[in-house]
Design a protein around this ligand. Structure first.
Ligand SMILES: [Fe+2]
Length: 383
């Protein structure tokens, strides 16, 4: 009973008006039908956990809730970027969660702890993890790309395309920022806006664009955007659709002076192609009714067919052409185009001033290209 009371006091903020602060998040990552990762950032080192409760009509404080910690190789991690994997969930359910971080004052010999900060379950209510559901009959998602840290674009897309309670997830299809010199650009560039609108309760799935490969902090990408594969390329299933989230690396040859000798994407694309070969042969891919590929750089002939895109065309397309792909969604060139003659499946290239609103139900896949005023400029349907 005492423990429950203490947890309640901590989570409602009674003991949390101290120096430690949650400065970014929480946001959902790598959500599957049975697991999810909760991400957030504190201003000082802390040991962190998530408390999870089912949506069963009982108050969050009805009983002591299951706790999940940020662990690394069995040890509870201390740091400022918190990454907690919640497991053992059921498909197609909603779970309430609250986050908490206990400040670490000193780690010399003994560890000395300070105060706890948490999300305010008592006043604001808990956040929600909605697990994916392969049996869901109708799904909706929004795709945006080439935002290049222009938060006002995101705001416009979300205003017109995102419907709370209806939109299942958002896809960031690359180039959300122009480079990653520090973590700060990720938060200021789009993450804080995503959290403000949806990302604490609705997942986003990130496809790395060529610009996310640039900048000194780019190597820390997975620290902020963990995936189920531990790589920037991964898959998931929602409803009757299997999603392949691909990574094409950089656009120019690795020797380009722009990369200051840091680029090694020829080898990387080989690694991705090896993985893709297994993916398209998997039962999960074959059994789905639809297969959608999200890839930043479109393998489409034209003036943007540079080295990286050409390698995608040579290495990924032969595998995808045999996989009965329903549609590929791309960005990168900042201009809308639609292609039925570049691959064995259609390719929608979204511009840098529109979003895609996608609905999949018994009628098939419907892709609306929506501008920043909410007008539908193009519609494509696939079965
Ligand atoms: Fe790009």
């Amino acid at each position: 009973m005492k423990k429950v009371l203490l947890a309640a006091l901590l989570l409602c903020g009674v003991y949390s008006a101290q120096a430690i602060k949650i400065i970014h998040g929480p946001y959902l990552q790598a959500v599957t039908d049975t697991e999810a990762t909760i991400m957030w950032v504190t201003d000082v080192d802390a040991l962190s956990w998530v408390e999870v409760a089912p949506e069963d009509g009982k108050h969050f404080y009805y009983r002591e809730r299951a706790r999940f910690y940020h662990t690394v190789m069995g040890r509870r991690a201390i740091g400022t970027i918190h990454q907690v994997r919640v497991t053992g969930l059921e498909p197609g359910k909603k779970y309430r969660y609250a986050i908490a971080s206990r400040e670490v004052l000193s780690q010399k010999g003994k560890i000395h702890y300070g105060s706890v900060v948490s999300t305010n379950v008592y006043r604001k209510g808990p956040q929600i993890i909605p697990t994916l559901n392969p049996k869901k009959e109708s799904i909706e998602f929004v795709v945006m790309n080439d935002v290049h840290a222009k938060n006002e674009k995101m705001e416009a897309y979300l205003t017109h395309c995102f419907k709370k309670g209806e939109t299942d997830f958002v896809v960031f299809n690359g180039d959300m920022v122009s480079s990653i010199p520090s973590a700060e650009i990720l938060y200021k560039g789009f993450l804080d806006t995503a959290v403000k609108h949806f990302a604490s309760d609705v997942p986003f799935y990130y496809v790395r664009g060529n610009h996310e490969t640039r900048g000194l902090y780019a190597v820390e990408y997975l620290k902020h955007f963990p995936t189920t594969t531990g790589k920037p390329y991964y898959t998931f299933t929602h409803g009757n659709t299997f999603f392949i989230m691909l990574d094409g690396g950089e656009d120019k040859p690795d020797s380009s002076l722009e990369y200051y000798e840091t680029a090694a994407y020829d080898g990387y694309r080989k690694e991705v192609a090896e993985w893709l070969k297994k993916v398209v042969e998997s039962e999960e891919c074959k059994q789905a009714k639809h297969r959608i590929v999200c890839l930043h750089m479109p393998p489409v002939e034209g003036h943007k067919m540079w080295h990286g895109t050409r390698q995608i065309q040579e290495m990924y397309l032969p595998l995808l052409n045999k996989a009965n792909i329903s549609v590929m969604l791309c960005g990168h060139v900042h201009k809308y185009s639609y292609h039925t003659d570049q691959a064995a499946f259609p390719i929608v290239v979204n511009s840098f001033e529109d979003a895609l609103k996608v609905k999949i139900d018994s009628n098939g896949i419907k892709v609306d290209v929506v501008d920043m005023m909410g007008a539908v400029k193009h519609t494509h349907s696939f079965r």
